[in-house]
Design a protein around this ligand. Structure first.
Ligand code: HEC
Ligand code: HEC
Ligand code: HEC
Ligand code: HEC
Length: 140
Protein backbone atom coordinates (compact mmCIF):
# COMPACT_ATOMS: atom_id res chain seq x y z
CA UNK A 1 0.00 0.00 0.00
CA UNK A 2 1.36 3.44 -0.97
CA UNK A 3 0.85 7.00 0.17
CA UNK A 4 -2.44 8.37 -1.04
CA UNK A 5 -4.10 4.99 -0.81
CA UNK A 6 -5.33 5.71 2.71
CA UNK A 7 -6.77 9.02 1.59
CA UNK A 8 -8.38 7.32 -1.38
CA UNK A 9 -9.86 4.64 0.90
CA UNK A 10 -11.27 7.34 3.21
CA UNK A 11 -12.71 9.16 0.23
CA UNK A 12 -14.41 6.06 -1.14
CA UNK A 13 -15.73 5.24 2.35
CA UNK A 14 -17.14 8.76 2.57
CA UNK A 15 -18.69 8.43 -0.90
CA UNK A 16 -20.12 5.08 0.19
CA UNK A 17 -21.81 6.76 3.16
CA UNK A 18 -23.26 9.48 0.95
CA UNK A 19 -24.56 7.12 -1.72
CA UNK A 20 -26.06 4.45 0.52
CA UNK A 21 -26.56 2.16 -2.48
CA UNK A 22 -22.76 1.85 -2.94
CA UNK A 23 -20.83 -0.79 -0.98
CA UNK A 24 -18.69 0.78 1.79
CA UNK A 25 -15.70 -1.29 0.75
CA UNK A 26 -15.62 0.06 -2.84
CA UNK A 27 -12.01 -0.76 -3.66
CA UNK A 28 -9.54 1.27 -5.71
CA UNK A 29 -7.87 -0.71 -8.52
CA UNK A 30 -4.12 -1.18 -8.02
CA UNK A 31 -1.29 -1.97 -10.46
CA UNK A 32 -0.16 -5.61 -10.16
CA UNK A 33 2.50 -5.92 -12.89
CA UNK A 34 2.82 -8.00 -16.08
CA UNK A 35 3.61 -11.28 -14.30
CA UNK A 36 -0.04 -11.65 -13.32
CA UNK A 37 -1.25 -11.16 -16.88
CA UNK A 38 1.33 -13.63 -18.17
CA UNK A 39 -0.22 -16.57 -16.28
CA UNK A 40 -3.35 -16.45 -18.44
CA UNK A 41 -2.29 -14.54 -21.56
CA UNK A 42 0.66 -16.56 -22.86
CA UNK A 43 -1.09 -19.61 -24.33
CA UNK A 44 0.29 -20.57 -27.76
CA UNK A 45 -2.95 -19.79 -29.62
CA UNK A 46 -3.13 -16.17 -28.37
CA UNK A 47 0.18 -15.21 -26.83
CA UNK A 48 -0.36 -11.55 -25.94
CA UNK A 49 2.41 -11.72 -23.39
CA UNK A 50 5.27 -12.55 -25.75
CA UNK A 51 3.84 -10.27 -28.42
CA UNK A 52 4.20 -7.46 -25.89
CA UNK A 53 7.59 -8.65 -24.62
CA UNK A 54 9.05 -8.19 -28.11
CA UNK A 55 7.64 -4.67 -28.48
CA UNK A 56 9.34 -1.32 -27.90
CA UNK A 57 6.91 -0.76 -25.01
CA UNK A 58 8.37 -3.63 -22.97
CA UNK A 59 11.85 -2.10 -23.27
CA UNK A 60 10.84 1.52 -22.64
CA UNK A 61 12.63 1.74 -19.29
CA UNK A 62 15.92 0.62 -20.88
CA UNK A 63 15.85 3.73 -23.06
CA UNK A 64 16.43 5.87 -19.96
CA UNK A 65 20.03 6.57 -18.94
CA UNK A 66 21.56 7.40 -15.55
CA UNK A 67 19.58 9.94 -13.55
CA UNK A 68 16.67 9.68 -16.03
CA UNK A 69 15.88 6.30 -14.45
CA UNK A 70 14.72 8.04 -11.26
CA UNK A 71 13.30 11.20 -12.85
CA UNK A 72 9.52 11.15 -12.15
CA UNK A 73 8.93 13.04 -15.39
CA UNK A 74 10.50 10.32 -17.53
CA UNK A 75 9.04 7.51 -15.42
CA UNK A 76 5.51 8.80 -16.09
CA UNK A 77 5.67 7.50 -19.68
CA UNK A 78 8.50 4.95 -19.59
CA UNK A 79 7.06 2.87 -16.73
CA UNK A 80 3.58 1.76 -15.66
CA UNK A 81 1.42 3.29 -12.93
CA UNK A 82 4.18 5.60 -11.69
CA UNK A 83 1.66 7.57 -9.64
CA UNK A 84 0.12 4.39 -8.27
CA UNK A 85 -1.55 2.96 -6.38
CA UNK A 86 0.57 -0.21 -6.48
CA UNK A 87 -0.49 -3.56 -5.07
CA UNK A 88 1.42 -4.75 -1.97
CA UNK A 89 2.86 -7.59 -4.06
CA UNK A 90 4.87 -5.39 -6.46
CA UNK A 91 7.54 -2.70 -6.35
CA UNK A 92 8.39 0.03 -8.87
CA UNK A 93 10.98 -2.36 -10.33
CA UNK A 94 8.23 -4.78 -11.39
CA UNK A 95 6.47 -2.00 -13.28
CA UNK A 96 9.30 -0.87 -15.54
CA UNK A 97 8.39 -0.34 -19.17
CA UNK A 98 5.02 0.36 -20.76
CA UNK A 99 3.23 -2.74 -19.51
CA UNK A 100 -0.20 -4.28 -20.09
CA UNK A 101 -1.80 -2.15 -17.41
CA UNK A 102 -0.58 1.12 -18.98
CA UNK A 103 -3.09 0.44 -21.77
CA UNK A 104 -5.62 -1.88 -20.12
CA UNK A 105 -5.86 -0.26 -16.68
CA UNK A 106 -4.71 -1.31 -13.19
CA UNK A 107 -5.57 -4.99 -12.80
CA UNK A 108 -5.99 -5.87 -9.12
CA UNK A 109 -9.78 -6.11 -9.34
CA UNK A 110 -10.33 -7.48 -12.86
CA UNK A 111 -7.52 -10.08 -13.00
CA UNK A 112 -9.64 -12.81 -11.35
CA UNK A 113 -10.77 -15.46 -13.85
CA UNK A 114 -14.45 -15.12 -12.91
CA UNK A 115 -14.31 -11.36 -13.58
CA UNK A 116 -12.07 -11.51 -16.69
CA UNK A 117 -14.38 -13.97 -18.45
CA UNK A 118 -17.21 -11.43 -18.32
CA UNK A 119 -16.48 -8.30 -20.41
CA UNK A 120 -18.98 -6.19 -18.49
CA UNK A 121 -17.76 -7.22 -15.04
CA UNK A 122 -14.16 -6.72 -16.17
CA UNK A 123 -14.95 -3.13 -17.18
CA UNK A 124 -16.86 -2.53 -13.93
CA UNK A 125 -13.67 -3.63 -12.16
CA UNK A 126 -11.22 -1.31 -13.85
CA UNK A 127 -10.51 -2.76 -17.33
CA UNK A 128 -10.26 0.18 -19.73
CA UNK A 129 -11.38 0.24 -23.33
CA UNK A 130 -8.16 1.00 -25.20
CA UNK A 131 -9.22 4.14 -27.02
CA UNK A 132 -6.99 6.63 -28.81
CA UNK A 133 -6.95 8.75 -25.64
CA UNK A 134 -5.03 6.02 -23.84
CA UNK A 135 -2.18 6.27 -26.37
CA UNK A 136 -2.31 10.06 -26.36
CA UNK A 137 -1.52 10.17 -22.64
CA UNK A 138 2.06 9.38 -23.65
CA UNK A 139 2.21 9.94 -27.42
CA UNK A 140 1.79 13.68 -27.75
C1 HEC B 1 -6.77 -15.86 -14.18
C2 HEC B 1 -6.54 -15.64 -15.59
C3 HEC B 1 -6.35 -14.24 -16.10
C4 HEC B 1 -5.50 -13.28 -15.63
C5 HEC B 1 -4.55 -13.36 -14.43
C6 HEC B 1 -5.64 -12.15 -16.51
N1 HEC B 1 -6.54 -12.43 -17.49
FE1 HEC B 1 -7.18 -11.17 -18.97
N2 HEC B 1 -8.53 -12.55 -19.60
C7 HEC B 1 -8.66 -13.82 -19.10
C8 HEC B 1 -9.74 -14.51 -19.80
C9 HEC B 1 -10.18 -15.94 -19.57
C10 HEC B 1 -10.27 -13.57 -20.73
C11 HEC B 1 -11.46 -13.79 -21.67
C12 HEC B 1 -11.22 -13.93 -23.10
C13 HEC B 1 -9.84 -14.29 -23.53
O1 HEC B 1 -9.41 -15.44 -23.31
O2 HEC B 1 -9.14 -13.42 -24.10
C14 HEC B 1 -9.47 -12.35 -20.58
C15 HEC B 1 -9.64 -11.22 -21.34
C16 HEC B 1 -8.83 -10.11 -21.29
C17 HEC B 1 -8.94 -8.95 -22.16
C18 HEC B 1 -9.99 -8.74 -23.23
C19 HEC B 1 -11.23 -8.29 -22.50
C20 HEC B 1 -12.32 -7.71 -23.33
O3 HEC B 1 -13.47 -7.95 -22.96
O4 HEC B 1 -12.04 -6.99 -24.31
C21 HEC B 1 -7.94 -8.09 -21.81
C22 HEC B 1 -7.66 -6.74 -22.43
C23 HEC B 1 -7.21 -8.70 -20.73
N3 HEC B 1 -7.77 -9.92 -20.43
C24 HEC B 1 -6.11 -8.14 -20.12
C25 HEC B 1 -5.50 -8.63 -18.98
C26 HEC B 1 -4.46 -7.95 -18.24
C27 HEC B 1 -3.87 -6.60 -18.62
C28 HEC B 1 -4.12 -8.75 -17.18
C29 HEC B 1 -3.10 -8.46 -16.09
C30 HEC B 1 -3.36 -7.28 -15.26
C31 HEC B 1 -4.96 -9.92 -17.26
N4 HEC B 1 -5.78 -9.82 -18.35
C32 HEC B 1 -4.92 -10.98 -16.37
C33 HEC B 1 -7.93 -14.37 -18.08
C34 HEC B 1 -7.01 -13.70 -17.28
C1 HEC C 1 2.50 4.81 -20.58
C2 HEC C 1 2.87 5.51 -21.82
C3 HEC C 1 2.47 4.93 -23.14
C4 HEC C 1 1.23 4.53 -23.57
C5 HEC C 1 -0.08 4.52 -22.78
C6 HEC C 1 1.39 4.12 -24.94
N1 HEC C 1 2.69 4.25 -25.32
FE1 HEC C 1 3.48 3.75 -27.13
N2 HEC C 1 5.37 4.16 -26.44
C7 HEC C 1 5.63 4.73 -25.21
C8 HEC C 1 7.07 4.89 -25.08
C9 HEC C 1 7.78 5.45 -23.87
C10 HEC C 1 7.65 4.40 -26.26
C11 HEC C 1 9.15 4.34 -26.59
C12 HEC C 1 9.69 3.05 -26.10
C13 HEC C 1 11.22 3.04 -26.20
O1 HEC C 1 11.73 2.65 -27.24
O2 HEC C 1 11.85 3.43 -25.22
C14 HEC C 1 6.53 3.95 -27.10
C15 HEC C 1 6.67 3.38 -28.38
C16 HEC C 1 5.63 3.08 -29.23
C17 HEC C 1 5.76 2.60 -30.58
C18 HEC C 1 7.08 2.28 -31.27
C19 HEC C 1 7.63 3.52 -31.86
C20 HEC C 1 9.00 3.30 -32.47
O3 HEC C 1 9.63 4.32 -32.77
O4 HEC C 1 9.43 2.15 -32.60
C21 HEC C 1 4.51 2.49 -31.09
C22 HEC C 1 4.12 2.05 -32.49
C23 HEC C 1 3.56 2.87 -30.05
N3 HEC C 1 4.29 3.23 -28.93
C24 HEC C 1 2.20 2.90 -30.18
C25 HEC C 1 1.29 3.07 -29.13
C26 HEC C 1 -0.14 2.90 -29.23
C27 HEC C 1 -0.89 2.58 -30.51
C28 HEC C 1 -0.65 3.10 -27.97
C29 HEC C 1 -2.09 3.02 -27.52
C30 HEC C 1 -2.80 1.78 -27.85
C31 HEC C 1 0.46 3.40 -27.08
N4 HEC C 1 1.61 3.36 -27.82
C32 HEC C 1 0.35 3.65 -25.75
C33 HEC C 1 4.73 5.08 -24.24
C34 HEC C 1 3.38 4.77 -24.26
C1 HEC D 1 4.49 12.28 -22.19
C2 HEC D 1 5.19 11.01 -22.22
C3 HEC D 1 6.69 10.97 -22.21
C4 HEC D 1 7.55 11.56 -21.32
C5 HEC D 1 7.20 12.50 -20.16
C6 HEC D 1 8.88 11.14 -21.70
N1 HEC D 1 8.83 10.31 -22.78
FE1 HEC D 1 10.41 9.48 -23.77
N2 HEC D 1 9.16 8.75 -25.19
C7 HEC D 1 7.78 8.84 -25.15
C8 HEC D 1 7.23 8.21 -26.35
C9 HEC D 1 5.77 8.11 -26.69
C10 HEC D 1 8.32 7.76 -27.11
C11 HEC D 1 8.28 7.06 -28.47
C12 HEC D 1 8.28 8.11 -29.52
C13 HEC D 1 8.19 7.50 -30.90
O1 HEC D 1 9.05 6.70 -31.25
O2 HEC D 1 7.24 7.84 -31.60
C14 HEC D 1 9.53 8.11 -26.35
C15 HEC D 1 10.83 7.84 -26.77
C16 HEC D 1 11.96 8.11 -26.02
C17 HEC D 1 13.32 7.74 -26.40
C18 HEC D 1 13.71 7.05 -27.69
C19 HEC D 1 13.64 5.57 -27.52
C20 HEC D 1 14.22 4.84 -28.74
O3 HEC D 1 15.12 4.02 -28.52
O4 HEC D 1 13.75 5.10 -29.85
C21 HEC D 1 14.15 8.16 -25.40
C22 HEC D 1 15.66 8.00 -25.30
C23 HEC D 1 13.31 8.81 -24.40
N3 HEC D 1 12.00 8.75 -24.82
C24 HEC D 1 13.80 9.38 -23.22
C25 HEC D 1 13.02 10.13 -22.35
C26 HEC D 1 13.56 10.84 -21.21
C27 HEC D 1 15.03 10.92 -20.83
C28 HEC D 1 12.50 11.43 -20.57
C29 HEC D 1 12.52 12.33 -19.35
C30 HEC D 1 13.27 13.57 -19.48
C31 HEC D 1 11.29 11.10 -21.34
N4 HEC D 1 11.66 10.30 -22.39
C32 HEC D 1 10.02 11.52 -21.02
C33 HEC D 1 7.02 9.41 -24.16
C34 HEC D 1 7.51 10.19 -23.13
C1 HEC E 1 0.42 -0.04 -25.94
C2 HEC E 1 -0.83 -0.49 -25.40
C3 HEC E 1 -1.01 -1.95 -25.04
C4 HEC E 1 -0.20 -2.71 -24.24
C5 HEC E 1 1.10 -2.31 -23.58
C6 HEC E 1 -0.85 -4.00 -24.15
N1 HEC E 1 -2.01 -4.01 -24.87
FE1 HEC E 1 -3.38 -5.51 -24.99
N2 HEC E 1 -4.41 -4.49 -26.37
C7 HEC E 1 -4.14 -3.20 -26.77
C8 HEC E 1 -5.07 -2.82 -27.84
C9 HEC E 1 -5.11 -1.49 -28.56
C10 HEC E 1 -5.94 -3.94 -28.04
C11 HEC E 1 -7.12 -4.08 -29.04
C12 HEC E 1 -6.65 -4.28 -30.43
C13 HEC E 1 -5.96 -5.59 -30.60
O1 HEC E 1 -6.60 -6.63 -30.46
O2 HEC E 1 -4.73 -5.58 -30.88
C14 HEC E 1 -5.50 -4.96 -27.09
C15 HEC E 1 -6.09 -6.21 -26.96
C16 HEC E 1 -5.78 -7.13 -25.97
C17 HEC E 1 -6.53 -8.35 -25.68
C18 HEC E 1 -7.83 -8.78 -26.35
C19 HEC E 1 -7.67 -9.26 -27.74
C20 HEC E 1 -7.42 -10.71 -27.84
O3 HEC E 1 -6.66 -11.13 -28.73
O4 HEC E 1 -7.96 -11.51 -27.06
C21 HEC E 1 -5.89 -8.97 -24.66
C22 HEC E 1 -6.29 -10.28 -24.01
C23 HEC E 1 -4.74 -8.15 -24.32
N3 HEC E 1 -4.70 -7.05 -25.12
C24 HEC E 1 -3.84 -8.46 -23.32
C25 HEC E 1 -2.67 -7.76 -23.08
C26 HEC E 1 -1.63 -8.21 -22.17
C27 HEC E 1 -1.69 -9.47 -21.34
C28 HEC E 1 -0.64 -7.28 -22.24
C29 HEC E 1 0.71 -7.30 -21.54
C30 HEC E 1 1.49 -8.53 -21.65
C31 HEC E 1 -1.06 -6.23 -23.16
N4 HEC E 1 -2.29 -6.57 -23.66
C32 HEC E 1 -0.34 -5.08 -23.43
C33 HEC E 1 -3.16 -2.37 -26.28
C34 HEC E 1 -2.14 -2.78 -25.44
Amino acid sequence: MRGGRFGAALLSAALGLCLMSQPLSAAVPEYVGHKYCRTCHSSPDNDRYHLWLQSAHAAAFESLKGAEKVDPECLACHTTGSTGPLSDSVSEKDLRGVQCEACHGPGSLYKKMSVMRDPKRARDNGLWDVTRDVCLRCHR
